[in-house]
Design a protein around this ligand. Structure first.
Ligand code: HEC
Length: 138
């Protein structure tokens, strides 16, 4: 029943049936600006794998990880638990435009990042910061 919702995310990218979609984002991002955009996410998300869990799953090495499957995070919504896709920059760009559109019953209380440039900046930052082993400078 809930399958179509995350499938809609893949369809929005014009790649039905492909679990891993990637290509350049439509807008090029700036990681330094993106660090500031991530400020709105830090309340709930850490970029470190060993950080105490906050209100959301940690985002360490999030690109390439299966969505909704972090073992020690217990508050995924059904939509995320059922999801069968791997996070890529392109998918995250599409989803963060309006997170509720793809997962209406999500437990993530965030409006996402509606502005395309700010979204691209955030993703440029995450690409760098999510693969570091230490917490990036704030
Ligand atoms: C109020 C807390 C909160 C804020 C703010 C928030 N998130 Fe989340 N996030 C969550 C929760 C809770 C989930 C799990 C959602 C679900 O299962 O429906 C989640 C899920 C995610 C996931 C999926 C992780 C996975 O394991 O598949 C990503 C990626 C993510 N958030 C990124 C962000 C980004 C980027 C921002 C900032 C624009 C942000 N979040 C803001 C709480 C938050």
């Amino acid at each position: 029943m809930k399958r179509w919702r995350w499938a809609a995310l893949l369809l929005a990218l014009g790649a039905p049936g492909q679990a891993q979609v990637d290509s350049e984002l439509p807008v090029s991002g700036d990681a330094a600006r993106g660090r500031l955009v991530f400020g709105a996410c830090r309340a709930c998300h850490s970029l470190r794998a060993d950080a105490a869990l906050g209100n959301g799953p940690h985002l360490h090495r999030i690109f390439g990880r299966a969505a909704g499957k972090q073992v020690d995070f217990e508050h995924y919504s059904a939509g995320f638990k059922d999801a069968q896709f791997v996070w890529t920059p392109r998918l995250m760009y599409a989803w963060l435009a309006n997170p509720m559109a793809f997962f209406p019953a999500t437990t993530m209380l965030s409006p996402g990042v509606p502005d395309p440039q700010r979204r691209a900046d955030l993703i440029a930052y995450l690409k760098q910061a999510s693969v570091r082993d230490k917490e990036p400078d704030r």
